[in-house]
Design a protein around this ligand. Structure first.
Ligand SMILES: [Zn+2]
Length: 259
């Protein structure tokens, strides 16, 4: 970890990797709080010592923003939203964000990099010092993989964002869940390969006659899906949408067929 960055794993509800979301506090002239997922005693203490000037989110999923209002009110920090995603944030936290930014803008020491796919309003934040660190939200995780599916998700766009992240050649990634990622290139390559492997199995399942998502999931996964079958189904649908957009098969929203 950079001396400037503190990580606080915050327990959250729902099916999330590790059961916790990382909240980060970036120290400096303009301290930044990234993804305040909730209140904890450790965060209360840190924020009393270092009140943030800015609060930013990697995206507006509920497991990343449970502490925005509390810490925003307590500190008078500017609450930032990606331009165009103000309403999504306002709906999620019941408070209209005071500031907006666009791709490439600076917020204190951080540079915003729009990285949609996991969520349409997903943003990574780059901190450049001796080393380049990127707060990558739910773009990457080690080990395992992040969920890409359901409302607003786009598998093709997610893969493009992963490649964009690799192009920045960061030294370290600070993810939304789990430990800092010290081999970003290796992890990103693994995640891309994981998606493409799954996609090939989904394509082959359809080629072998599977039609509806449940049958395709059955054929394309050999891992134990207890408790995550719904997520696997949504992820499979996201792959089917990508394959259909690429003209590799037909997908009408409920049935997949070969062309
Ligand atoms: Zn998320």
């Amino acid at each position: 970890m950079s001396d400037r960055v503190d990580r606080f794993p915050v327990p959250v509800d729902g099916t999330v990797p590790t059961g916790k979301t990382n909240t980060y506090l970036v120290h400096g002239d303009e301290p930044v709080l990234v993804d305040p997922a909730g209140r904890t005693p450790a965060l209360d203490t840190a924020i009393a010592d270092t009140p943030p000037a800015h609060i930013v989110l990697t995206h507006t999923h509920p497991d990343h923003l449970g502490g925005v209002v509390a810490y925003g009110m307590q500190t008078d920090a500017a609450i930032w939203a990606l331009h165009g995603a103000e309403n999504a944030l306002a709906a999620a936290i019941d408070l209209y964000p005071g500031s907006t930014f666009r791709d490439g803008d600076r917020i204190g020491p951080l540079t915003a990099i729009t990285t949609p796919g996991h969520a349409p309003d997903h943003v990574a934040y780059e901190l450049e010092e001796e080393q380049t660190a990127i707060f990558c939200g739910d773009l990457a995780i080690e080990p395992g993989s992040v969920f890409v599916g359901g409302q607003g998700a786009d598998m093709a766009v997610y893969l493009r964002s992963l490649r964009l992240l690799a192009d920045r050649d960061p030294d370290v990634l600070y993810p939304g869940h789990g430990e800092p990622i010290t081999d970003p290139a290796g992890t990103i390559e693994r995640l891309i390969r994981h998606r493409l492997d799954r996609e090939r199995r989904i394509y082959e399942a359809v080629a072998d006659g599977a039609r509806d998502p449940d049958a395709i999931v059955e054929a394309a996964y050999d891992t134990d899906l207890a408790g995550v079958r719904d997520l696997a189904r949504l992820s499979t649908i996201a792959h089917l949408e990508k394959l259909a957009a690429e003209g590799q098969l037909a997908w009408d929203g409920s049935i997949a067929t070969m062309l």
